[in-house]
Design a protein. Structure first.
Ligand code: ADP
Ligand code: ADP
Ligand code: MG
Ligand code: MG
Ligand code: MG
Ligand code: MG
Lengths: 212, 340, 340, 212
């Protein structure tokens, strides 16, 4: 478990997440095929690879600014819906880190909340619409509560991951409201949302990088 | 798949190369980036820049309207895919003369997010950016939810009047307001007869049965209002036009411009057969027509089908619509009958 | 048959009605005869009149080029059928200002006979008439029998330069000679991917198998040079363009205008993919391009396919090509880079 | 058998020919379907009906000028290939009658020769190309020879009809060189040419009107 959030930790987290996206590439492709245009696995693998590489090559030492840079690279290389939303999340999360004074748990909680808030704003959505928000929002909430209760980052990430997984399962029962998935209307009910799964993988990567 | 293609993955870039080869006096790529196109002489001093963008496969949309009297730049996406915020940012930086940049684009999730993101990034560069979203397809959502409506061929009118006003040296806010006004006064409805093929997919994404049509289908094949047997041309107009007319509503005494748009495979002959009935009905309703555009203005690759758009005119919109324009895909001399 | 149609037999008349409704400032019917169209302001004093005509189903051909800087009148035939000599005569009488009338039309038996007949009848009326027949499809006959070649999209260039010269007040003989010169310097070759449907017939008159193409097919489905598997876009250009280039021949140092013409269903995106390769090859051969036209200039209803035309320019042809024109289907501002 | 060629005789001939075109409408449609666009029966019926009506309503008393008028009407109402060629034939035939001084046999011979010459010129063709000329040209030749030998009009028309029929049969073995039929190339060999059949019907109509 990390105790300070440095630029190096941002790099480690991006590597973990990228590895998970690679490992789940085909699963994401299948999910997006069922309810979208079938490119999710590709854009996620490509987008996080670009973000990871950008961060690795950067000389930026401030973790928030590094995350913003990685986010801008994600926007450039993964210009799909989710690529742009994640880029927004990274940029807003990075801004939130800037000047954050609290504990590392509070820092990560602030990052996740700003990340989700950015997605909500840019995606013009709210929880319950069968999107990545439905796994990430509960995760950010769990993280915030852990931080408020003064618990450890490892504990917080464990709870956040559990909340993300629960949220992803709950999202299956929802009806899609956005993007191509919305064309399926009632037929989208019962199917997992690829974006929500991506949300779980992101929290899983953070937990691996910062919680273990 | 009866297409002129090399590698499907290279389709969009090769298309842009072909466009730049054909129109070198009018268009240029930003620092060699094929998918970031601007007017050859961008930026124009003291002029508000207008940028658009969207997926490929809709020519002349979107890049085809970059030119004199219309747009200054365009971010070009993959077939039916939004371009990236980064492309938009590059275009924005290139066309900004200091007078600010207006984004005009269609109401699609990916485009909205990316333009929003681009605006955020441009503002970090101290470029003033405003956005107007076109959404006028009456078949895509009821009037009460008009903010959900898809943008289709009617965006042409927004480009035209905003471009004309920007050329006169108007401010960013003024150009934005005229685009909003055009958007508020335009309505479109379409009908599809066949699907289309995305080169990288290689087969139609959906089918429309032999002898069937889908009224209200979107330009990416989004579900329409109803599917049914292919009716006669006049019956189709008789079904579609009243939906448009009742939506605004367009009323006796109104003056409109008409746009009969082909979706790709439909011959111009048939578009004029549709226009015949449109003009009859408008005449019966006491609505006068100032200028009729017939042709391909917003397509879906080789989809067979058509859409009808009406723009309700006032003196200002009419004056701006009538001004000359010259882009690689659209050229108009000053139209007579409007106050200059 | 996925078409916007009412009664198939009424197709052509309804199309013309739609055209007249859309372009009342530019076109008019002679004494209400829908199939005899002239410029709204015909005749123009002291100007040589230029008339054309041919079967319907090829828009913008033929009537679409009636307007400022191009033609004065057009006799409109049924789909793929020659108009009658009588229609041509009516058009001739209406557009003649006393300066004489030039007929420019494609090399098809029915059109030739009818224009010949119309000329005979017009001369009985003391109207001076001259004729120029366009035939530039290199696939339709070998060079030694060039007088047998079909006229296809390249006729656009004859209209353009003859129209520009007539507008300058040139004599009938001068206008005839420039049309002949353009005809001598233009070559076209096409490729078809699908057949098209004549409304009154209701089904394709021939088939092109899935995955097949026919190189050199004519715009009514006339047999081409060879049928074979659909090749990649670049391979198709690599096969067609050298045939054109070697025919005139077009050589290093020549300056040409390029016309990439869509036959109907083919999206503009694909035409530009073709143009990319055309411009590469011309560059390799040291042939410079003055102006590239890409779009639908001569179609076959909803046939998928394309043709490539080259016009070799000299100063005179270039000057006339560059002049502005404005018709319901073709608008051009003065092109830069030519001596006015 | 007629002894003077009056305007009334032109009208009678047009009526006979029109009746034959009506009676052979479907046969001509079938022939043109096999080697053309399938409209020949329609355009011939329509064209001769128009020519007949124009002549019937006209006050013109000069037979040549009446034939020219009927021809112009044919051009207007039957703007197909053969319609225009026949209109040309009628106009040129009418001109040839003008001022013709000889016997009625010589007059009809001159009419037929000018008729064929007009078609040859306008159609830019020659005998042997599987067209109407292949029945009409031998008929005109037979008529000319009869006239030169001083025989009767009835005799001439009988010989002309026989020659037209022979010519039509000979045309079957030819390869089409003009119009849509030419697209069939070798496949056109062996099939009858609709235009050649029309030629036979025209001579048959003249024989009925003026020879019986
Ligand atoms: N407006 C939105 N707000 C938040 N998330 C969204 C929105 N629209 C789509 N998503 C998420 O994005 C995912 C699809 O992403 P992606 O495959 O990149 O879309 P596309 O290929 O259509 O651009 C969905 O599964 C959903 O979770
Ligand atoms: N150039 C020509 N000269 C003489 N006769 C011709 C010529 N071209 C066609 N024909 C005749 O015309 C007939 C076809 O006439 P028609 O059906 O009117 O043609 P289309 O329908 O193609 O206009 C042919 O059977 C042939 O006899
Ligand atoms: Mg997707
Ligand atoms: Mg996608
Ligand atoms: Mg025929
Ligand atoms: Mg015909």
């Amino acid at each position: 478990m990390i105790t300070i959030l440095t630029a190096q930790e941002v790099k480690t987290a991006l590597t973990e997440i990228r590895q998970l996206m690679d490992a789940n590439r085909d699963r994401l492709l299948d999910l997006d095929n069922d309810l979208g245009d079938g490119d999710l696995g590709l854009t996620m693998a490509k987008g996080f690879a670009a973000a990871e590489a950008e961060a690795a090559e950067s000389e930026e030492t401030e973790p928030g600014r590094l995350l913003i840079k990685a986010g801008m690279q994600m926007a450039k290389e993964a210009p799909s819906t989710l690529g742009t939303l994640l880029a927004t999340g990274m940029m807003r999360g990075g801004k939130a880190l800037d000047g954050q004074q609290g504990s590392v748990t509070e820092q990560v909680a602030a990052l996740l909340q700003a990340f989700v808030a950015g997605i909500l704003e840019r995606g013009k959505t709210k929880p319950g619409n069968k999107t990545i928000v439905d796994s990430l929002h509960p995760a950010a909430l769990a993280m915030k509560q852990t931080a408020e209760q003064g618990e450890t980052l490892a504990e917080g990430l464990k709870k956040a991951l559990a909340a993300a997984r629960e949220g992803e399962i709950a999202a299956r029962a929802m009806q899609a409201q956005h993007g191509r998935a919305a064309y399926y209307q009632e037929q989208s009910i019962g199917k997992p949302d690829g974006g929500a799964v991506v949300g779980v993988l992101i929290v899983e990567g953070l937990a691996k990088a910062w919680g273990e | 798949m009866k297409k002129f293609l090399n590698e499907p993955a290279a389709f969009v870039d090769e298309m842009v190369e072909g466009i730049l080869a054909a129109h070198p006096e009018q268009l240029a790529a930003v620092a060699g980036a094929l998918r970031c196109l601007v007017r050859a002489n961008a930026p124009r001093a003291n002029k508000v820049g207008i940028a658009t963008g969207g997926g490929s496969g809709h020519l002349p949309l979107f890049l085809g309207y970059v030119g004199e009297g219309m747009l200054d730049g365009c971010a070009v996406g993959g077939v039916f895919q939004s371009p990236s915020a980064d492309q938009m940012l590059q275009v924005t930086r290139t066309i900004d003369s200091g007078a600010g940049v207006l984004y005009i684009f269609g109401n699609y999730g990916g485009d909205i997010m990316n333009f929003d993101m681009a605006a955020e990034m441009a503002q970090m560069d101290d470029i003033q950016v405003e956005q107007v979203i076109a959404g006028e397809d009456v078949a895509s959502a009821p009037k009460e939810q008009h903010e959900k409506r898809r943008g289709v061929a009617g965006i042409f009118y927004l480009y035209k009047v905003a471009g004309a006003l920007a050329d006169e040296g108007a401010s960013l806010e003024e150009v934005k307001q005229i685009a909003i006004k055009a958007g508020e006064n335009v309505r479109t409805m379409g009908v599809a007869l066949t699907p289309c093929i995305i080169p990288e997919v290689g087969k139609p994404g959906f089918e429309i049965g032999a002898g069937e049509m889908e009224i209200g289908m979107g330009i990416h094949g989004e579900r329409g209002i109803r599917r049914g047997p292919l009716l006669k041309a006049d019956q189709i107009v008789d079904e579609m036009l009243p939906v448009i007319l009742n939506d605004l509503p367009y009323e006796s005494g109104d003056e409109v411009s008409v746009l009969i748009n082909g979706l790709g495979a439909t011959p111009k002959e048939e578009l004029y057969v549709l226009n015949r009935r449109v003009s009859q009905i408008l005449g019966e309703r006491g609505i006068t027509v100032f200028n009729t555009y017939v042709g391909e203005y917003a397509t879906s690759m080789e989809m067979a089908g058509a859409s009808v758009s009406l723009l309700r005119l006032d003196d200002e919109l009419k004056r701006l619509l009538a001004k000359p324009a010259s882009t690689p895909f659209f050229t108009q001399l000053q139209l007579e009958g409007a106050n200059p």
